[in-house]
Design a protein around this ligand. Sequence first.
Ligand code: ATP
Length: 536
Amino acid sequence: MEMDKLVSLCKRRGFLFQSSEIYGGIQGFWDYGPLGVELKRNIKEAWWRDMVSGHDELTQQQGTPSTYEMTGLDCTIIMHANVWKSSGHYDLFHDFMVDCRQTKKRYRHDQVRGRWVKAKEQRVFIATVAETALEDEDTQRRALKFFNLRAKHAEQLQWDTGYLNLTEVEDLTQVLGPDAKEVGTLTEPREFNLMFKTFVGALSGEEGTAFLRPETAQGIFVNFKNVLDSTRVRIPFGIAQIGKSFRNEITPRNFTFRSREFEQMEIEFFCHPDNSQKWYQYWRDRRMKWYTDLGLSDQRLILREHDEDELSHYSTGTADIEYQFPFLPEGEYGELEGIAHRGDFDLRSHMEGKLDPNTNPLEVELNEHGKPKYRGSGKDLTYRDDLSGERYTPHVIEPSAGADRATLAFLCEAYTEDEQPDENGKMQKRVVMKLHPRIAPIKAAVFPLVKKDGMPEIAKKIYADLKPFFNVFYDEKGAVGRRYRRQDEAGTPYCITVDGQSMEDGTITIRDRDSLEQIRIATDDVVDEIRKRIIT
Ligand code: ATP
């Protein structure tokens, strides 16, 4: 599937719009349109229902050491600045970036890659931004242009390496930046903190400085004690949260995949250290299954365990669920969700504070004796098992998913083109969004075949019967074939049509979006039939 087609369908049919489009847009920000908002809400609701409110706390799940409880939170986006000091984000949440002096563009150092090429006795590194499928063509085109060669002289280009990461190139003076026309315009890499800064209240100095959260997880950790004290949850249990996060990404791109404002669906699962490996395995498998249950093909999905050298120092295991997005080069996958075994790192950091004077000396506040002034919250975030009397700092398993990346993956998976006969038997190209009925924005569309003979009245009654339970749509305008096709593009799984026969015997047809099968049922059975098909 070509990504352009999906992007244009999303705009045309109201799934996604560029934010502030009438002012020329703002990079890295996206608005969900009338269909998109329903789709994303359905995805978030499916997640909440499957992980939290619908979780069976009494039955032991396969692959777990015991039963477990789940509960939720909804925390603020702006939190006390010390939260980010303890979590490490203040000192460590940065990327290295390089600027292009010529184009004024900025790139993430580790996302730029390229190839060395020689021609006309000059050796140049043609840099490009990774995560785009067209890079081979693009690299060749730029190399030809740089050396002022015609396409038919492409054999004069001597490619002496495959793709390398810019981080492996020591001398930037030989690099042709991704959008530059001359070599040597990229600056040396510099640190860039990804948190958005803002000011709280009337204070504009350091005291008023606050940050928009770069992840929802920290709100859960800082409320760990509140949840324990206000509910009767016992370990093992999980706390879930869905909400906006913000990262000042240096190079947002690939539609909504890398945005600056996005939504996360995160669980912090607290367990006894002795069982934590089992819980880690459980959550990896459980989360992977969630995506396939909702329609992502396991052909395009992988669960990738991080290598030892990719792991954070506190983690004994991290796995990413990755999807083969169509905008990525062949064989490459993009992260949908990370499942991390975080040990007791987070709770301990909020108790003791995370200070590393070597990381960034400017950030460390020292007291008059030269000792770190800042020492975490100082609160006791350990857990006492009231049955065994044991006190310990729980271990945490964190399945952290992106709602926007999941939405994008479901959209990519759903986009299908096929050919179907129209009313006159002529083959017609059709674009159909094969979204799982649970997440489809509109569950059913109701049509009178024609706008007369009492058909609209019956169709409107069916619409009214369904509306309290499902998002349904009524349409009486234009040829019925065109109405079907509009619903196919919107991903509506069922179309209900009132026709001449309905007037005689009180039946209607239900058309299935994917198989195109039409069945006839009694009008009175419509609500039950749709319910049966949607709630599988
Ligand atoms: P990446 O390596 O792609 O930047 P990450 O490893 O930093 O992602 P996490 O910090 O693990 O991501 O965040 C958890 C989830 O939040 C990701 O799996 C992804 O679904 C989502 N997410 C993170 N950054 C973004 C972003 N800029 N835009 C959209 N979703 C994001």
